[in-house]
Design a protein around this ligand. Structure first.
Ligand code: A3P
Length: 296
């Protein structure tokens, strides 16, 4: 893998009104026709909101006791297939999901709510949506795009931030994503909306909420084991959870498990950038009730 020639960085294009790259549209027919099962659990997020964290939590909750070998032999992206991905170095996400023999299947998506394959709604699947405040989400996305050859060229921070505000990011505007999924709760009662900031503040409490949504009753000991296993420093060292096995990511530029903090945006935004961002944010978010915290 080390000498593998890296593919050129992909270009953004408009796809059903959302900015995308070919990695997430090449397999579109199979994505839209994907057959969900009633017990599938969809983990939906805007990129860099804490997808891997919640994926790992769910995997441990469901399979930590019954199939502990999964934790040491299969990287998280094979345990929890990324539905719309078609990176060519792995089978497409739909194929990986179809091959999963586990029940439930845990499936990850970054699609905005309107592009999710309809069978997930028809089958009334449980959905866990993770949302992260826009400023930290933007910072994390910037560093991710720097280190990931499968993402468009990020440019410098100032340009990246402008592009984030313009919604010209892979998977579209953060603003539409978090509000679209927030609204879906009204019609899809099996949607649990989790905030990254709440998970950082009190992982144990959020674990309890998740279990109650999922109808799981782990013992106090099991819960403690999960809580310990999913701490940032532990996950950062875990090669089956930290993406260090992915050749298109350059950890010398920035590791996948980078900081895992709330408020790192303060180390990136200038005062002027922050003020401009806040002003624009108010306009974009004026019609929604979803509220984010940028500090905990
Ligand atoms: P940072 O870049 O701010 O560190 P995703 O999995 O959606 O790509 O999100 C990645 C972000 O979640 C990264 O944020 C990563 O460090 C953070 N993250 C992953 N596991 C975490 C954990 N156990 N605790 C806190 N943050 C975590």
């Amino acid at each position: 893998m080390e000498n593998m020639e890296l593919p050129p960085r992909p270009k953004l294009f408009d796809f059903h009104g959302v900015s995308m790259t070919h990695y997430f549209t090449d397999n579109w027919e199979n994505i839209q026709n994907f057959q969900a099962r009633p017990d599938d659990i969809l983990i939906a997020t805007y990129p860099k909101a804490g997808t891997t964290w919640v994926s790992y939590i769910l995997d441990l909750l469901y399979f930590g006791q019954t199939a502990p070998e999964r934790q040491t032999s299969l990287p998280i992206y094979e345990r929890v297939p990324f539905l719309e991905s078609d990176f060519h170095i792995l089978p497409p996400g739909t194929e990986l999901a179809d091959k999963l023999s586990t029940s439930p299947r845990l499936i990850k998506t970054h699609l905005p709510v309107q592009l999710v394959p309809k069978s997930f709604w028809e089958q009334n699947c449980r959905v866990v949506y993770v949302a992260r405040n826009a400023k930290d989400n933007a910072v994390s996305y910037f560093h991710f795009d720097r280190m990931n050859q499968a993402e468009p060229e990020p440019g410098d921070w100032n340009n990246f931030l402008q592009r984030f505000m313009d919604g010209k990011m892979v998977f579209g505007p953060w603003y539409d994503h978090v509000t679209g999924w927030w609204e879906r709760k009204e019609t899809h009662s099996k949607l649990h909306y989790v905030f990254y900031e709440d998970m950082v503040e009190d992982t144990g409490r959020e674990l309890d909420r998740l279990c109650s949504f999922l109808g799981l009753f782990p013992s106090a000991e099991e819960k403690e084991k999960v809580r310990g296993g999913v701490q940032f420093d532990t996950m950062k060292k875990n090669s089956m959870a930290n993406y260090s096995t992915v050749p298109i990511m350059d950890f010398k530029i920035s590791p996948f498990m980078r900081k895992g903090k709330v408020g790192d945006w303060k180390n990136h935004f200038t005062v002027a950038q922050s003020e401009q961002f806040d002003e624009d944010y108010k306009k974009k978010m004026k019609n929604t009730t979803v509220q984010f915290r940028t500090v905990v």
